[in-house]
Design a protein around this ligand. Structure first.
Ligand code: DQA
Length: 143
C-alpha cells in the first residue's frame, strides 16, 4: 500500500509558525515521524509540500494509478480552493483531510472546507498526531 501525504502552504514553516496554535515540531520532524510510522505499519509513503495551488493539483493528478490513498492538509487552500476539491474528485482516491488545529474553534473564514466534500474523513485538533491517525484510518479502510 502506498499513501501520498500532501501539505499545502505555510506547513513548511511548522515550528516557527504560530507555535501556540501549531506546536513546536518542525516540518522536517513531522516528515520523520510520518516515515517512522509508515515503516512500522509496513506501508510506503510519498511526502510532498507546496505553497502553490497548481503544484498541489498536479501532485494529486499524478497520484492516479500510483497511490492507494491520500492524506492532505491543504492549509489555507482548505477554505478557498475548488481546484483542489475537483482534483481529489477527479482521481477518486480515498482522501483524509487533516488539520493540526481545531478549525471549528477558530475564525469564521476557516469554517468552510471545500476539500471536505471529497474526503472520506476529517481529523482536526489532534496536533501532528492527526496525520498518523489519518494513515491508520486509510490502512484499516483500504485493507
Ligand atoms: C490548518 C488550518 C488552516 O486554517 C490554516 O490556514 C493552515 C493550517 C491546520 O493544520 O490547522 O495553514 O490547515
Amino acid at each position: 500500500m502506498k499513501l501520498l501525504i500532501l501539505n499545502g502552504p505555510n506547513l513548511n514553516m511548522l515550528g516557527l509558525r504560530e507555535p501556540s496554535i501549531y506546536g513546536a515540531e518542525t516540518y522536517a520532524a513531522l516528515c520523520e515521524k510520518i516515515r517512522a510510522h509508515a515503516k512500522a505499519r509496513g506501508i510506503a509513503v510519498d511526502l510532498y509540500q507546496s505553497n502553490h495551488e497548481g503544484d498541489l493539483v498536479d501532485r494529486i493528478q499524478a497520484a492516479y494509478g500510483d497511490a492507494d490513498g491520500i492524506v492532505i492538509n491543504p492549509g489555507a487552500y482548505t477554505h478557498t480552493s475548488i481546484a483542489l476539491l475537483d482534483a481529489v474528485k477527479s482521481v477518486s482516491i480515498p482522501t483524509v483531510e487533516v488539520h493540526i488545529s481545531d478549525v471549528t474553534q477558530r475564525e469564521e473564514f476557516r469554517q468552510i472546507s471545500y476539500i471536505r466534500l471529497a474526503c472520506v474523513k476529517t481529523i482536526m485538533g489532534h496536533g501532528t498526531d492527526g496525520y498518523l491517525e489519518a494513515i491508520d484510518y486509510l490502512i484499516e479502510t483500504l485493507a
